[in-house]
Ligand binder design. Structure first.
Ligand code: NDP
Ligand code: ZN
Length: 360
């Protein structure tokens, strides 16, 4: 079968021919429809994040997938069911408490592998297998865009943790700022702009980028009803005076200074969730001032990575609520597996691209 992989020592994805996997009992064989590409995939291809499966000289890419069950073996799935897989699996040495508790997203390094990212093959192939418990059913209308459930689920988890950190007192957030206008930032902005669940309370949303107009991401930000903030003219610490202090901040730039600058942009009792994954960078900060600010204004900072089944379930609800124009504008290219190299090319006109293996 066809698969898109990165070979050791290379920095471009290649189409490879590999054996079709065979499901064991309790596993499901899935025929892949579409696999999304995000910033993490680019980091894997560049070699700055994740790693190869042990003893393999290539890694099949892709962790955001949607596909159809073609062999349900002994599971409760049925052939024809549409599914989205989660990303983390137990390490080769066997299971551990995080997986036993169904909280693999809380496992520390070494206690998991990540399909398509770290230590395990991904979903960018005509078929993949997965144990039943790591597959989430999605409705038939998700055949085209269901791969977005995975990235949205990362944000559902971050927001759940942020709200949980403020649950000991009466917290009614009204302003929210997303740092980053990449695919994760834009998906999160759309999520926060829903008139549903915890998102209802946000009246005013902002999204930070560093682009000149005209730009397709700025168009999306404004069409969602949010305010575009340019970090070149309004650095994050100036946002409270230029706009307003922020009750909730979601960081998706991977720009390490933002992890500290958000403290100054938060309103009293506000919380910031950090999701970006920066490389090492040493710089000066006024640690005393930031420390004092967090303490005296009851602010919270949290890191959040990955997600699990409940977050995928929440993400399904968000995806179903997104306006059609939003996903159409977000997906700027759909490519066959043979055009993998083009699918990984980036410029300011590219927001999110997808590999299409099949359609329903
Ligand atoms: P991208 O790299 O596509 O997006 C990052 C965006 O941030 C870009 O649009 C970039 O702008 C913008 N940006 C970077 N620095 C600045 C700055 N100083 N001021 C304003 N804007 C800035 O990545 P994704 O959207 O796919 O993901 C975002 C981050 O989240 C990545 O670091 C990724 O690794 C991480 N991630 C974390 C997950 C988790 O579970 N924790 C899950 C998925 C992703 P421009 O394009 O103009 O350069
Ligand atoms: Zn991702």
């Amino acid at each position: 079968m066809k698969a898109i992989a990165i070979r050791r020592g290379e920095t471009k994805p290649t189409l490879v021919d590999v054996p079709r996997p065979a499901p064991d009992d309790g596993e499901v064989l899935v025929q892949t429809l579409r696999v999304g590409i995000d910033g993490t995939d680019h980091e894997v291809v560049r070699g700055t994040h994740g790693g190869y499966p042990t003893d393999e000289d290539y890694q099949i890419l892709g962790h955001e997938a949607v596909g159809v069950v073609v062999d349900a073996t002994t599971t409760d799935f049925e052939e024809g069911d549409l599914v989205v897989p989660t990303v983390r699996r137990p390490p080769a040495v066997g299971s551990n408490t995080y997986f036993d508790r169904d909280e693999p997203d809380m496992a520390p390094a070494g206690e998991y592998v990540e399909r398509g990212i770290a230590g395990a093959h991904g979903y960018m192939a005509e078929f993949f297998t997965s144990p039943e418990r790591y597959l989430v059913s999605v409705p038939e209308e998700f055949a085209e865009y269901g791969f977005l459930v995975e990235p949205i689920s990362n944000s559902e988890k971050a927001v759940e943790h942020a709200f949980a950190s403020r649950s000991a007192f009466e917290w009614t957030p009204e302003s929210a700022l997303v740092l980053g206008n990449g695919p994760l930032g834009l998906l999160t902005l759309a999520m926060l702009n829903q008139d549903r669940g915890p998102y209802k309370s946000f009246d005013r949303t902002y999204c930070l980028g560093r682009r000149d107009r005209p730009d397709p991401t700025i168009d999306i930000i404004e069409r969602l009803g949010a305010t575009y903030v340019d970090s070149r003219t309004t650095p994050v610490p100036d946002i409270p005076t230029e706009y307003e202090p922020q009750d909730f901040i979601y960081e998706a730039t991977g720009y390490a200074k933002h992890a500290f600058e958000v403290i100054e942009a938060l309103a009293p009792s506000g919380v910031a969730a950090l999701l970006g994954i920066p490389e090492d960078w040493t710089f000066d900060v006024d640690g005393g001032s930031l420390h004092r600010d967090i303490v005296l204004e009851n602010k919270a900072l949290l890191g959040s990575v990955n997600s699990h089944v409940p977050h995928f379930e929440a993400a399904k609800e968000s995806l179903a609520e997104f306006p059609d124009w939003f996903v159409d504008e977000l997906i700027t290219g759909v490519y066959p597996p043979e055009a993998a190299e083009r699918a990984f090319e980036t410029d300011d006109g590219v927001i999110k691209t997808v590999i299409e293996f099949d359609t329903l």
